[in-house]
Design a protein around this ligand. Structure first.
Ligand code: NOJ
Length: 777
């Protein structure tokens, strides 16, 4: 067995934590070498907060820990809540989203005894007014520059609406497509998710969190929410420490290293302990090991939910557990407000706990610049946008650019795509004209009526050059009980009263007249949402029947998928001529879809999540272990790790996506066959566009440690680069592999690289790869 080489990973953050209080303007994790000016700023901040806290009553401190949801519009709780603000019984508000509405609340805070400003937060997940593709779509672009731009624009738009904080990025790794919240995250891979999360944090927060157009990022949901059992939302998470540290925690850590101001705590329990009351997670890992000095907020009602989790006897017990574990703010429950005072009086919670949490809240407000100017982002009434939904406030160009990069071409048989802008095109399907679904879930302050549907995008593209026919063809889903469920809190699915047969007949009639059929099918946005787990991941029956009827017409069939999770697309893949995965592509989604369908943009997206053949293969992910009896398709033995009724492999692997051109990779060359300690090895390939069109692709580098002290994945993504190549052009792409890329948490949770042989795989997806190898000395 190899010798383990220990690195300082676990102890270094501890040293950082001991090194002193945070730098001004960085509430998250902190650089070790703070320049003197920063140290001075930081001392000034702490002195300011000390002084303020010395004037605060216990009630006012408790008030700071209260985070209230206050949607605009008629809200019966508003008068009471206004009183609470004036009495200093609130620390922050979320879900109020215009400068005018926010100002009223801040005005009330300015009438409180100490005039401590509120901060204002919102779920700005993939855009504020301009809606960008959902998380899975952004991840499919593999374009960090484009993703950074979405974050920057989100911050500009959100801050212009008076907001200070976003509950984003969501970096929960998930390997279970049944979970509805896959749509919000960046897929199954630790490295890709970490890179994206870090970019978004930097983009939201900018160089100076106090800047008028910066908002603070709160990474969520800490921790491992994406691993809920059975993909059922809010369910239990149970996970080995190795998997937790190796695969699930790094994206949160990456966001904090990028400076994220805060952490939203997950709703789930982890190995039996609800995260909201998990001292180990919130203090030992987050604060001591990682050196985090920012703010933690509970998720919606999560403190109270510890009663149902079975770890708190009542609300008082839940509040005690949460505050002593390290949950600073309580979101949307009254647990802290109702219970902290008696808990302090009885000595079951210490003043130190209350002070620590209060200080974390005040520090965020200080860093946001709110003590200097509580209206920093709200602005003055005379500058309020006359129309918050004005077209001029949108960033359509950027939305279209990133949306087209987020589309993944899954199949293109016989070159049916790109379509020509001529003849007759039948556009069918219940999602074809949907503007609401195109935005996706958590669409912040985006508006459906400003969103370009797939049909509209196609119409815009063809102008008068082709004849377009349209038929709805099916309802998204026929089951009335499911429709009722999806429409419970907001109108998600509109039901056409015609019978399924009538709808299909109309679509078939349109298809018969057409040269090609474009079927826009999949899920409504609400089907891939919080509280929207599915036990099956196929296209709903109503739409599957429509597809079969369209296929029977014999016309070329192009399936445009809209969905927020990997789907099982066996029949579709066997029968469609082309398939384009478009996720929920945002405000400019329809134009982006048309750009790809007609070849005005050559698709370059790559899947950030494995597409299974069936739900029975879940969990399925590319970075699995080999097992002692791996299945070998070349020698399909019985007593090997396999299903006897289905292949092991996915329908579409992680990293997969086609182009209208062809790319070829040279063999991998390494700068050396050996890597010295603390050294590097360069891996290079030449990628050539051998087709007729310009296009972009993603060169992906994976590593494998084939013999280690614990079983290691068959491959793990460690580097990637998106490259744009003209037809016929070649480019050398080089990646620098270092020891960190080879490191992992061993059975004792020590992090380090073990000497010996390593395999390097480079490909344009995770399966079709070229191999090389080197040795770490
Ligand atoms: C509950 C969700 O789990 C979380 O992601 C979100 O940020 C909060 N609600 C606030 O809307």
């Amino acid at each position: 067995m190899k010798q383990l080489r220990l690195k300082l990973r676990l102890t270094l953050p501890l040293l950082i934590a001991l090194a002193g209080a945070p730098a001004f303007g960085q509430t998250g994790t902190h650089p070790t070498n703070n320049p003197p000016s920063m140290m001075r700023e930081q001392a000034a901040r702490e002195a300011f907060i000390d002084k303020l806290m010395s004037r605060m009553t216990v009630d006012e401190k408790i008030g700071q820990l209260r985070l209230v949801s206050l949607p605009a519009g008629s809200n019966p709780d508003k008068p009471k809540f206004m009183d609470d603000i004036r009495a200093g019984r609130a620390g922050a508000v979320f879900n109020t989203v215009t400068p005018k509405d926010i100002r009223v609340l801040q005005d009330a805070a300015m009438q409180s005894r100490l005039k401590i400003p509120l901060f204002f937060a919102y779920d700005v997940i993939h855009g504020q007014r301009t809606i960008f593709p959902i998380g899975l779509g952004l991840a499919s672009s593999w374009n960090l520059d484009a993703i950074r731009q979405t974050g920057r624009i989100s911050a500009i738009e959100a801050s212009a609406d008076g907001l200070d904080v976003t509950w984003s990025p969501m970096v929960d790794i998930s390997r279970d497509p049944r979970w509805g919240r896959n749509s919000e995250g960046f897929g199954e891979d630790t490295y890709l998710t970490s890179r994206i999360g870090a970019e978004l944090v930097k983009a939201y927060q900018g160089d100076d969190p106090a800047a008028r157009d910066s908002i603070l990022a709160m990474v969520k949901h800490f921790a491992a929410y994406g691993a809920v059992e059975g993909g059922r939302d809010y369910n239990t998470v149970d996970m080995s420490p190795q998997r937790l540290f190796q695969d699930y925690l790094p994206p949160y850590k990456a966001a904090l290293d990028a400076g994220a101001a805060g952490v939203m705590i997950a709703l789930n329990s982890l190995n039996g302990v609800p995260a909201t009351g998990d001292k180990w997670l919130l203090q030992d890992v987050l604060r001591k090991q990682w050196g985090f000095k920012g703010i933690t907020v509970s998720d919606h009602g999560a403190i109270m939910e510890m009663i149902k989790h079975g770890v708190a006897a009542d609300g008082r017990d839940a509040a005690r557990l949460a505050i002593t574990a390290g949950a600073d703010m309580s979101m949307s429950d009254t647990m802290y407000g109702d219970n902290l005072k008696p808990l302090l009086d009885s000595g079951r919670v210490s003043m130190a706990d209350l002070d620590r949490a209060t200080r974390d809240v005040l520090r965020v407000k200080y860093d946001l610049g709110l003590f200097q100017d509580p209206y920093r982002r709200i602005g003055r009434p005379e500058n309020d946008p006359p129309d918050v939904n004005a077209e001029s406030r949108l960033h359509r160009d950027a939305a279209r650019q990133v949306a087209r990069e987020s589309l993944v071409l899954l199949k293109n048989q016989g070159g049916v795509l790109p379509l020509r802008k001529q003849g007759t095109i039948a556009v069918v399907g219940p999602l074809a004209k949907s503007q609401r679904d195109m935005m996706g879930n958590w669409s912040a302050a985006g508006r459906a009526d400003q969103t370009v549907s797939a049909y509209q995008g196609i119409a815009n593209a063809v102008g008068g050059q082709a004849r377009l026919l349209y038929a709805k063809g099916a309802n998204v889903i026929d089951d009335p009980e499911i429709v009722k469920y999806l429409n419970l809190y907001e109108q998600d699915v509109d039901v056409d009263p015609r019978t399924p047969a009538q709808l299909i007949d109309e679509a078939v009639a349109a298809a018969r007249q057409a040269d090609v059929v474009v079927a826009v099918v999949g899920e409504s946005q609400g089907m891939a949402h919080e509280a929207s787990s599915r036990s099956d991941i196929v296209i709903p029956d109503s739409q599957a029947r429509l597809l079969r009827a369209l296929k029977a017409t014999g016309k070329p069939l192009v399936i445009v998928l809209m969905n927020g999770r990997p789907l099982a697309l066996g029949w579709e893949n066997d029968n469609a001529d082309a398939m384009l995965e478009t996720w929920f592509a945002g405000t400019e989604g329809g134009n982006a879809v048309a750009d790809v369908l007609f070849g005005d943009y050559n698709p370059s997206g790559k899947l950030p999540m494995t597409f299974p053949r069936s739900v029975g293969q879940i969990p399925i992910y590319y970075s699995h272990l080999n097992t002692g009896r791996p299945f070998d398709p070349a020698h399909p033995d019985k007593y090997t790790s396999r299903y006897f009724d289905a292949p092991n492999g996915p329908l579409f692997p992680f990293g997969y996506g086609l182009s209208y051109t062809r790319f070829e990779l040279s063999p991998v060359t390494l700068s050396s066959a050996e890597m010295p300690r603390n050294g590097t090895v360069q891996a290079s390939v030449t990628v050539t566009n051998t087709g007729q069109r310009d296009g972009a692709t993603v060169v992906q580098l994976y590593l494998q440690d084939p013999v280690a002290s614990i079983s290691r994945p068959v491959k793990e993504l460690k580097h990637f680069e998106k490259v744009m190549l003209k037809a016929g052009e070649s480019r050398k792409v080089s990646f620098t592999i270092d020891e960190d890329d080879l490191s992992f948490y061993n059975a004792q949770l020590h992090y380090g690289a073990e000497p010996g042989a390593f395999n390097v795989y480079v490909g344009l997806d995770s399966e079709d790869v070229k191999q090389a190898g080197f040795t770490l000395r």
